[in-house]
Design a protein around this ligand. Structure first.
Ligand code: PLP
Length: 368
């Protein structure tokens, strides 16, 4: 791996393949795989990642919003793309780009049927989302008859899949709750399948669902975080390899005398001699202010260098008093060893938030 000469997010496609293979090994051979590449493939790079995954091959892609799906189409993704949270204002361009909407309430079902009919579509693939306990998006169990009668009243759409989302699949203390979600999903989908007269694809599990509830894989699973290298538990993390390594360099080293301060608002004051390193990465790159004031750290020469004072927009200053290092040296913010999950914990958050927050300003470098 080349030494960093600026802030760069290295993306290891071999690790991505490893994670995909591991997830597949946990599935029945005919269970379909939907790769969730929303939010720039969790802060990496949606187009390159999707192009790589398309050939592995995955069966489906998922994004959150219509414009994310359009970017994938522009990048040459031809596989089906589910849009998890489309808005009616974008239904025309959704259809133009052959994206498939998640339909989560009666209002948007009606709006989508109207637009699909006006555009002279027939059997346009839609995915019906049910709420089974997350209480975020989705029809409720009582809505099944409404959904069926609306869909049966037109030839412009066809239910390609029926799905729901688990609220606490990574938390084994919530096992009873999850089992109840699975049972509810089974009841709903049996009812739908009976009434609609054909068999839509059924899917429920995200990454932790795949790992913890093998009995609930149904016809397809949806994985995001697992592909990017996190299993949401110490045990499962061993089976995955984080694909991203965020690196930067030391721009300048300062000797700070007793009584001086470091950074904005003099948030750090020292009562002893100190060596600090200034790094070209800040909150505009995704290292939020919550990592400042001694909470977060980076790795220099295999040692932790804690962030001093406030995180700036484009820089952080770290404590290198006891680290042998020079200006120009490489710095690891997170990677396969000092993981994003551990760094996220220092600021009371989760890997998902840290990695999806790495801004588009940071250069991406792909390792084959
Ligand atoms: C984001 C998302 C996923 C992926 O979840 P992971 O925990 O990252 O595997 C799956 N399904 C839905 C509905 C989502 O919003």
């Amino acid at each position: 791996m080349p030494k960093a000469q600026e802030t760069v997010l290295e993306i290891d496609l071999k690790a991505l393949k490893h994670n995909f293979d591991h997830l597949k090994s946990r599935l029945h051979s005919n269970t379909k795989f939907m790769a969730v590449v929303k939010a720039f493939a969790y802060g990496s790079d949606a187009c390159n990642i999707a192009n790589y995954l398309q050939n592995l091959p995955v069966n489906y892609f998922a994004v959150a919003f219509v414009h994310e799906g359009i970017s994938l189409r522009k990048a040459g993704i031809t596989k089906p793309i589910l849009v998890l949270h489309p808005q009616a204002a974008n239904f025309n361009i959704l259809i133009e780009n052959c994206l498939e909407p998640s339909i989560y309430n009666a209002k948007i079902l009606k709006e989508f049927i109207a637009i699909a009919s006006a555009e002279k579509q027939s059997d346009y693939p839609i995915h019906i989302k049910f709420n089974t306990g997350l209480n975020r998006l989705g029809f409720s169990e009582q809505d099944v008859d409404t959904v069926i009668s609306q869909v049966k009243s037109t030839s412009s759409v066809k239910i390609t899949s029926v799905f729901s989302h688990l609220a606490a699949s990574e938390d084994l203390n919530e096992r009873d709750f999850t089992i109840n979600q699975i049972e509810t999903f089974k009841r709903i989908t049996e009812n739908i399948t009976k009434q609609i007269g054909y068999k839509p694809l059924l899917h429920l599990c995200n990454t932790s669902g795949i790992l913890n509830y093998p009995e609930a894989h149904f016809d397809m699973v949806r994985s995001g975080i697992g592909l990017y290298g996190f299993g949401n538990s110490e045990k499962e993390n061993k089976n995955f390899k984080p694909i991203g390594t965020l690196k930067t360099i030391i721009s300048q080293i300062h000797a700070i005398e007793k009584g001086q301060s470091v950074g904005y608002n003099r948030a750090f004051k020292t009562d002893a001699f100190l060596r600090t390193a200034t790094l070209p990465i800040g909150h505009a790159d995704g290292i939020g202010r919550q990592y400042g004031k001694g909470k977060g750290y980076v790795i220099i020469n295999n040692q932790r260098a804690y962030i001093l004072g406030n995180v700036c927009m484009d820089m952080i200053m770290v404590d290198v008093t006891s680290i042998d290092c020079n200006e120009g040296d490489e710095v690891i913010v997170f990677g396969p060893h000092a993981t994003a999950e551990n760094l996220a914990l220092t600021a009371n958050t989760i890997s998902y938030e840290l990695i999806t927050g790495i801004s588009q300003r940071v250069k991406r470098l792909f390792l084959q």
